[in-house]
Design a protein around this ligand. Sequence first.
Ligand SMILES: *[C@@H]1O[C@H](CO)[C@@H](O)[C@H](O)[C@H]1NC(C)=O
Ligand SMILES: *[C@@H]1O[C@H](CO)[C@@H](O)[C@H](O)[C@H]1NC(C)=O
Ligand SMILES: *[C@@H]1O[C@H](CO)[C@@H](O)[C@H](O)[C@H]1NC(C)=O
Length: 387
Amino acid sequence: MKTIVFLALSVALFFPGSSNGQSCRGRCGYGTDSSYSCQCNPACERYGDCCSDYAVECKASTSCQGRCGEQYNNQNECHCNSLCPQYNNCCSDYSSLCDGSSGGSSGGSTTITDAEIKTVSEKLYSLDYNKASSSQLTINSQTLVSDSQTSSQKDLSSQPLFTYVNENVLFSKPTYAAFLAVLDNYNRMTGQTENFSSQQLSEQDKFLTETMSNTQVGRELFSFLQSKGVYSTESDFIYDLKMMWFGLYSRYNGKQDSSGFEHIFAGEIKSGKVSGFHNWIQFYLLEKSGQLNYYSHSFNGPWTSYPDVLGMQFMWDGYFKQVGSAIIGCSPEFDFALYSLCYITRPGKLCRLSIGGQALSIQTYTWNNSSYGNGKKYIASAYPATP
Ligand SMILES: *[C@@H]1O[C@H](CO)[C@@H](O)[C@H](O)[C@H]1NC(C)=O
Ligand SMILES: *[C@@H]1O[C@H](CO)[C@@H](O)[C@H](O)[C@H]1NC(C)=O
Ligand SMILES: *[C@@H]1O[C@H](CO)[C@@H](O)[C@H](O)[C@H]1NC(C)=O
């Protein structure tokens, strides 16, 4: 994809007044961006290319906005964890923003009930017009194994999982095309720095626009979160998604080698194993190209049409995944929206959804080692929890 103009436009939209590249305003924690002359992530401290206002914009924070319950960090001027009242070092807005909340990425004192989350997940399900129909996708799940057999590393399925995918129809839809453009921008090995060209960065923006602004699934998620006071404007919502999903952090050796998007949608290799990898389209593409061998499944959801949920055992080019769960046959905007909903409303917890009248739980994890904005946490992982 080749859209330099789009990048220039989107940069201007996301960072009004700072497109000369000199300010960290709105850029804290985001991955190295070569279209700027200075950077705003922790790596800039090592490379010596931080913007002049990096410390002010990104490090010193005197508010608990977005920081409730964060881990103690002596770099901060004041604190927002449950021990700060005892140590008398809370930020002045701690009691109004954090008291009584469990903390998490959205901060604030918004209460969102399980029943409300279930209702909105049913709505997202009913609005997923871009999902695969039974004539567009055929899977062959073959051998079902018990939980105790998931570690056996045996190929118990002679056929591929995906028998047929109508790529012409599905992959030409704008959200699938935007998703595919981002999916191949990653190096799967942890410990190897991710670098993005300006074109690849613009693909991230395009993916967010196509999935979250241009679909009913995305608009429903935003209006729900807005009604709960989590975001006041659509651009706050898109910007926060961009940071939590695409902002880089380090899983190994101090390198900016990972992000929530890479981990969950593209998959990574860490300590000789597959880590993350919870998307059906990535699974299909790698299986089709001969790089992935489906072994068995240990979970098959109760759904009789797409999307369905499977927990799969597979080998990815020499690396094993014991249970890679994924929502099968949904659109890219659907699993992105569900994972975002759960991460934003139930960070680090089990999030209970209702999908077509059936229960589905999504487990998310926060990344605790680095942060963006005023101490907000990146997504470490999110996936369907298979009982
Ligand atoms: C990525 O960036 C790192 C650090 O700046 C550099 O050492 C490496 O060569 C780059 N890799 C690619 C593929 O450009
Ligand atoms: C997290 O940060 C600590 C302290 O900076 C470091 O020792 C540790 O290796 C980091 N963990 C990961 C997974 O990067
Ligand atoms: C982050 O911290 C929470 C609370 O201590 C913990 O439960 C969670 O597992 C941590 N996340 C990761 C990715 O380790």
